[in-house]
Write a new protein. Structure first.
Length: 459
């Protein structure tokens, strides 16, 4: 029997980092890899382009709990009740938190900005999705339909707790999707685990986030931590406080543990450390799944961090900044009206404080504007709020990425001698660099949304 054809179609996050959703069709199955929500778009525009779904999905494999990879799962399951979702046990727990939080955010945006499409799904849809999802451990191959020989295996991707790469093995074709990977150890997470038997892989789908960022290649994690510690010390010694805007999943837990380690080593003054709501909820899951962290990771118990509280209450905000402290708060890109934006609004008016960014800020976000602000600039921190004059000079950026830099991505591609390489999850310059420089001699694709690609197996 001739081998049955394998097809790939991307529904989002190609040519940009947006709503990740990629379809692999193999041996009669339609498998959706991730179903994200676009972080920058609103309403239905934030969905992946489901009109290009070539068939109703049999399975949805969610690689991790970042909203750009999982945010439309309840919506999709309402449209396709026959699809079965899968994720690692830690990711299942994280999804419950993240998706319910998405409902809260969408309800708020509907009220504040009149976005009528919101919420795209309800708490009941989230509860239904959580009842349907299968929790699958790393390294445990599983089938998707009775009598169908295709087997899927999840392996650790580094990046954040529960993050997985996906291997889809059919009778005549094997696909490996890295998803978001971090090839080096972080404070709590271990590194991405390369797939077993890489020679058997016909098609590699690889993320390209840092494809256009040569600086990331030269950064040294420990050196960056040292600089971060020096910065904290400098601000705290002059009686200021430091705000670290951070993503709720991953960055918050990593930064909190970097801070407590530096404090216990005497490299940073022992002052109260605060964490905000969703980051704390995810932190509990990190503690519960300690066995999924790197070996010998020592996670500081959550109760050692104080709760930021309701910073919209001026009395709470005043108390928070009354004495020197370190505050790790969402959102990482300092979206208007989130805890980090409300706290920053107060902090930028006083020179003694510091604001330390530790992750990517999209150029259109408030975080990006704050990052590049100079004293005298006026910025708006709440939707409909008044402009506030920035007096603060200590606004810095430290590089603690949870993504592989591009030299590491090239290493990953070289270690997997597939026939086809498909680049996703990167903006246009990143994809261009990867197409040009990575995986030479192989059949390479930087697909457009909706483009259906036929994939040949190795001969
Ligand atoms: Zn991610
Ligand atoms: Zn991502």
């Amino acid at each position: 029997m001739p081998p049955s054809p394998v097809h790939f179609t991307s529904l989002g996050s190609v040519g940009e980092v947006g709503a990740s959703a990629h379809v692999v069709q193999m041996h009669g199955l339609t498998i959706l890899l991730d179903c994200g929500m676009h972080p920058k778009h609103e309403g239905r525009q934030a969905l992946p382009d489901f009109t290009h779904l070539p068939a109703p999905p049999d399975a949805i494999i969610v690689t991790h709990g970042h909203v750009d990879h999982c945010g439309t799962l309840p919506y999709l399951l309402r449209q396709y009740p026959g699809a079965i979702p899968y994720a690692t046990p830690a990711t299942v727990r994280i999804l419950d938190r993240m998706l319910n939080n998405s409902v809260t955010v969408m309800e708020r945006l509907r009220l504040e900005q009149g976005i009528e499409d919101y919420p795209l799904y309800t708490r009941e849809d989230v509860a239904r999705a959580m009842r349907r999802i299968y929790a699958i451990d790393y390294h445990r191959p599983f089938g998707l339909r009775p009598q169908n020989p295709v087997r899927v295996t999840l392996t650790p991707a580094g990046h954040v707790l529960g993050a997985a790469s996906v291997r889809i093995a059919g009778p005549d074709h094997t696909v490996f999707y890295t998803a978001d990977i971090c090839t080096s150890e972080q404070e709590l997470l271990g590194a991405y685990e390369p797939p077993e038997n890489p020679a058997a892989i016909d098609t590699l789908i690889v993320e390209s986030t840092y494809g256009a960022n040569p600086e990331a290649d030269t950064l040294d994690y420990n050196q960056e931590i040292k600089k971060f510690g020096d910065g904290l010390r400098e601000v705290l010694r002059r009686d200021g406080s430091v705000l670290v805007p951070a993503f709720a999943l991953g960055r918050t837990q990593e930064v909190l543990n970097i801070v407590t380690r530096l404090q216990s080593q005497g490299r940073v003054p022992v002052v109260p450390v605060y964490a905000s709501g969703l980051g704390r909820a995810i932190y509990e899951i990190y503690m519960r799944f300690e066995h999924d962290l790197k070996p010998r990771a020592e996670i500081t118990p959550l109760h050692e961090f104080r709760s930021v509280g309701d910073v919209w209450d001026p009395a709470v905000l005043h108390r928070l900044l009354a004495e020197p402290c370190i505050i790790v708060a969402t959102s990482g890109m300092m979206i208007e009206n989130t805890p980090s934006a409300v706290i920053a609004e107060e902090m930028v008016t006083e020179r003694k404080h510091g604001i330390f960014f530790v992750g990517y800020c999209d150029p259109e976000t408030l975080g990006h504007k704050v990052k590049h602000a100079v004293p005298g600039d006026e910025l708006i921190f709440r939707t409909g709020g008044r402009p506030v004059r920035v007096r603060n000079e200590t606004i810095r950026w430290y590089h603690f990425s949870a993504h592989a830099h591009r030299a590491a991505l090239c290493g990953v591609i070289d270690s997997i001698p597939s026939r086809n390489v498909i680049f996703v999850h990167g903006d246009a310059p990143a994809l261009e660099w990867m197409m040009e420089n990575a995986g030479n001699g192989r059949t390479k694709f930087a697909p457009r949304i909706g483009e259906r690609i036929a994939l040949e197996a190795k001969s």
